[in-house]
Design a binder for this molecule. Structure first.
Ligand code: NI
Length: 401
């Protein structure tokens, strides 16, 4: 390790305790009141000044001087998920139906750890710590920006715990690493009636079934296979009784794409297929599309800086590339649409587990990742301040269309 930011045994324990406390008391997006309270207590322990109630439950803390070379932001997300935990961990969720199943408890702990590592260092500029609510679908990042979190910030960095990599590995890649996420809601209206008299009805369940199957050909037959794309119907609802033909059906799902043209093409194709059901089966249809997160596109300069910092923390061997984008979404993209930055992946695979994915009720990670994450975040802030001129050259940014 070439970094000076190596957490002590005591700091590692401090981070682990924070993670475990948060894990026991998960909170959903924009409801992270207790989480925010714990963060203020920890920042008080470190004598780091902060502001609360940013975007409702978010916090902004900062160290270093405003009159220095520039400002670097580091971000952690705070929210948990509506999942019933089945890990059996001694520090499992004490709130039935809520769980930290994406590692955000770890993200908070490591960002506080980074603050502890940076706090007594002489910094050439300022480091802002963004504790952001509501990453899981509600776009807390957008609210943080509206609340002024990026004011005076030159670049932003963060990491996400990833079970595909081992502790001691950091995945760093320039360009698009997370997908466009759009959701759709399709309503099919037929004509209800007696199950024994289908000729008097328009059976919307038959229409819905055919539509689900037709949608499968969108990606496989209409989209260039060189561009990763997914269309998933995650909810199909209709009918109430065995002897009744249902008069409405509901389909909900998500579109994940990695190119703006492909995204447009999928939406157009889906709309066409839904409309065709009217002609084909006499049903009435409506489709509502909701734009989700934009894709995360890591800036090449910020990525080079992240790679240099990662190399200092885990060595050349520990720096992994991301061979293909994740089709998951991440609202870190909202920051990257405003200023340069880079989102990395922190290896957190638990070697004794058969890879339970994030958002699974059995998800857990190796807490060794906390030390690596804290080290990296502290190091990347310093390296970015030292190389601030490269980043300042990239500003101002115009928002992509
Ligand atoms: Ni997450």
């Amino acid at each position: 390790m070439n970094t000076t930011f190596i957490p002590s045994h005591k700091l590692n324990q401090w981070m682990r305790d924070i993670r475990r406390t948060l894990h026991q008391y998960p909170e959903l997006g924009f409801e992270e009141f207790q989480t925010a309270q714990l963060i203020t207590e920890k920042l008080d322990e470190l004598s780091i000044p902060y502001r609360t109630n940013i975007a409702k439950t978010g916090l902004l803390a900062n160290i270093g001087s405003e009159d220095g070379v520039g400002t670097i932001a580091l971000r952690a997300d705070l929210d948990a998920l509506p999942i019933i935990e089945k890990t059996g961990l001694p520090f499992a969720s004490k709130r039935p139906g809520l769980m930290h199943a994406c590692g955000h408890d770890g993200h908070v702990a490591m960002l506080l750890g980074a603050a502890a590592l940076l706090q007594d260092k002489k910094l050439p500029g300022r480091v802002v710590f963004l504790f952001q609510p509501a990453e899981e679908g509600e776009g807390g990042a957008k609210e943080m920006i509206t609340a002024g979190a990026l004011e005076g910030v030159d670049a932003i960095f963060a990491g996400h715990i990833d079970r595909h990599y081992q502790v001691g590995e950091i995945g760093v890649e320039a360009g698009l690493i997370c997908a466009y996420t759009d959701t759709f809601r399709i309503t099919i209206r037929g004509k209800g009636g007696h199950a024994a008299k289908p000729h008097e009805t328009v059976d919307c369940l038959v229409t819905a079934s055919l539509l689900v199957m037709s949608i499968q050909t969108l990606v496989s037959r209409e989209i260039n296979p060189a561009y990763p794309t997914v269309v998933t119907v995650g909810r199909l609802q209709g009918g109430r009784a065995a002897n009744v033909i249902a008069d409405t059906a509901l389909l909900e799902g998500t579109i994940r794409s990695t190119h703006p043209e492909i995204r447009k093409k999928v939406i157009k194709g889906l709309t066409r297929m839904v409309g065709a059901m009217e002609e084909l089966y006499n049903a009435k249809t409506t489709i509502e599309l909701t734009e989700g997160y934009p894709p995360v596109i890591n800036d090449p300069t910020a990525t080079a800086i992240a790679k240099a910092a990662a190399t200092m923390v885990v060595g050349n061997k520990g720096v992994a590339s991301l061979p293909h984008p994740s089709l998951g979404g991440e609202d870190f993209s909202f920051y990257l649409n405003k200023i340069p930055g880079c989102l990395v992946r922190f290896g957190g695979k638990r070697m004794d587990m058969q890879g339970e994915p994030a958002h699974s009720p059995r998800f857990d990670f190796d807490e060794g990742v906390l030390a690596v994450g804290a080290s990296f975040l502290a190091q990347v802030a310093l390296t970015a301040l030292e190389r601030i001129n490269e980043l300042k050259d990239l500003l101002p940014r115009s928002e992509p269309t």
